[in-house]
Ligand binder design. Sequence first.
Ligand code: PDD
Length: 291
Amino acid sequence: MTPYVADPVYLNGQFKPLAEAGISPLDRGFLYGDGVYEVIPVYSRRAFRIDEHLKRLQATLDGIQLANPLSASDWKDVVLRLIDEAPWEDQSIYLQVTRGADDKRDHAFPPPSVAPTAFAFSSPLVTTPADIRAKGVSAITVPDLRWSRCDLKVISLLANVLARQQAVEQGCAEALLIRDGFMKEGAASNIFIVKDGVLCAPPKTHLMLPGITYDVILELAKFHGQPVKIAEIEETELRAADEVWMTSSTKEILAITTLDGHPVGTGKPGPLAGQMWQWYQDFKNTVMRKG
Ligand code: PDD
């Protein structure tokens, strides 16, 4: 157990302390980044939208032609046990499946006898402190150097890692990825903008991860009668936005108030960011905490 990873973790059918969980250095996750993952938020010990997360896991596995080692109901049992044994009420469950370890290194798939590696653990869900939320965070824009299947939640995240590191080195919370003049998403979040009272988000394409939080925000907007526009966001529109938000299962909704050193809108979190955050909290406390 560490402050960030609860014991036990799950590895290939067994629950064991993190310190005893080992995999082969020939694992294709290690050699090739050949695997997939999910991050599921847990509120009051209830996994939020677990069916949707497991559906996205399956879609990603299908996308890389890897059989799911567990059924949805077996994954749920694993997640329930991890939640039960972790010391925190609000958690973040990490699931990962790789194409396993062959006895040699070859790019092509290993024979069917090689079993996938399945790994899962719980961490505490750390939400953004109120003072940071009240000020908003800074972000930079960087070229989107990822491959063309960004809709798949794969563990090969090097382009995201390098983008995020550039942000960190400039004292920023996120890097916004620009491809062919359009803003696709953040290195580890989806991005919304607000212009003249309309909430705008890029459509789900192969070039963006379909966020579970993204869906929740659009549902909340619809429920509350908030005008929404789903369309590609040009870099120029991003820079002229009244508000810019980053969203994810762990960050929830966080206003970006400085972009590439320039203020976004007034330079303070906008009214719709505050409103959506409140709707999200209300939803969290009434629905999410029930699973
Ligand atoms: N990241 N886009 C990217 C590239 C992401 O990595 C994430 C989440 C999202 C938001 O997806 P969701 O709302 O389902 O969390 C969008 C997770 C949290 C991570 O990599 O840790």
